[in-house]
Design a protein around this ligand. Structure first.
Ligand code: ADP
Length: 295
């Protein structure tokens, strides 16, 4: 059987994590405890989740012409994600998230950098790739116009689209109505349905496409009435990227031809496994690991 083809159009970031006892006030300098870099960005995370499971994943995105850009492309390649269509943008920084962790609190600065350059034109240049995909997987860390372009191209070629509406923002209802599946978490679902100015009929249609992730409680789908898939009881160590694991796994399973409920059950197991290890991508399991976990 040939591998399912998933195209992820989205962000590629390096997370720069500093641990410190004291967060400096304006004008103050403090000594931190430790520093590390972790590959991230919702697009890249979801691409890695699907590739680990065995999908043929192509990433469309942009990095800057700095050291992080190269490192992230090499990293994605090592994880089995094709980066042939990841563009390097001259004189631009790679997207970063600067994260300060201090005694259980965190503060985060995100700089989109090269992710801004995933323009509608860049998306258009890859129409052939979109057309050949089994599924296109999207999030909201690239310009919204580009997400809309990707959805239109996918629909032109009858390709299924999953939209993970994160980070949540006000979305045009045309976009929401066109995608096949929307995967908000509980907080995003509220914003999604309240902010988009839809009629009751449209709201009903949209709700049926919603697959709502509910953290440790599991997943709710609304396609044939409400169905709750219970979360697995695991020793949760780090829930960063749980949603990304879920989306990558959902895309993998649907593109393999599995039904929606079965795919959500599978993604629920993948995401549960992912929270048992530290780091968004580090905990993303292989298919063998998932099979061992659910058996
Ligand atoms: P996000 O990371 O986008 O906020 P959630 O927190 O809803 O998303 O998590 C996504 C999915 O990850 C959940 O639907 C569930 O399948 C799994 N998950 C998250 N946290 C846990 C947990 N503590 N135990 C088991 N599964 C979890």
């Amino acid at each position: 059987m040939s591998k399912p083809k998933i195209t992820v159009i989205g962000s590629i970031n390096m997370d720069l994590v500093t641990k410190t006892n004291t967060i400096p006030k304006v004008g103050e300098t403090v000594l931190g405890e430790s520093f590390f870099t972790i590959p991230g960005g919702k697009g890249a995370n979801q691409a890695v989740a699907a590739a680990r499971l065995g999908a043929g994943v192509t990433m469309i995105g942009c990095v800057g012409d700095d050291a992080f850009g190269n490192e992230l492309k090499n990293h994605l390649t090592a994880q089995g994600v094709s980066v042939e269509n990841v563009k390097t943008i001259p004189e631009t920084s790679t997207g970063i998230a600067s994260i300060t962790l201090s005694n259980g609190d965190n503060s985060i600065i995100i700089v989109s950098g090269a992710n801004h350059f995933v323009t509608p034109e860049v998306v258009k240049q890859h129409e052939h790739l979109i057309a050949e995909s089994d599924i296109v997987l999207l999030q909201l860390e690239i310009p919204l116009q580009s997400v809309m372009e990707a959805v239109q191209l996918a629909k032109r070629h009858n390709v299924q689209v999953i939209l993970n509406p994160a980070p949540i923002q006000k979305l045009p209802k045309e976009l929401i109505l066109q995608v096949d599946y929307i995967t908000p978490n509980e907080h995003e679902q509220e914003m999604l349905l309240s902010a988009s100015n839809m009629s009751d009929e449209e709201l009903k249609l949209v709700k049926e496409k919603c697959i709502v992730t509910k953290g440790s409680k599991g997943v709710m789908l609304y396609q044939y009435g409400e169905t709750l898939i219970q979360g697995y009881k695991v020793n949760a160590v780090d829930s960063t990227g749980a949603g990304d694991s879920f989306n990558g796994a959902l895309a993998f399973s649907l593109s393999n031809g599995a039904a929606l409920k079965e795919s959500c059950q599978f993604a629920n197991a993948v995401a549960a496994l992912s929270v048992t290890k530290l780091g968004a991508q580090a905990g993303m399991p292989t298919l063998d690991e998932v099979e061992a976990f659910v058996s």
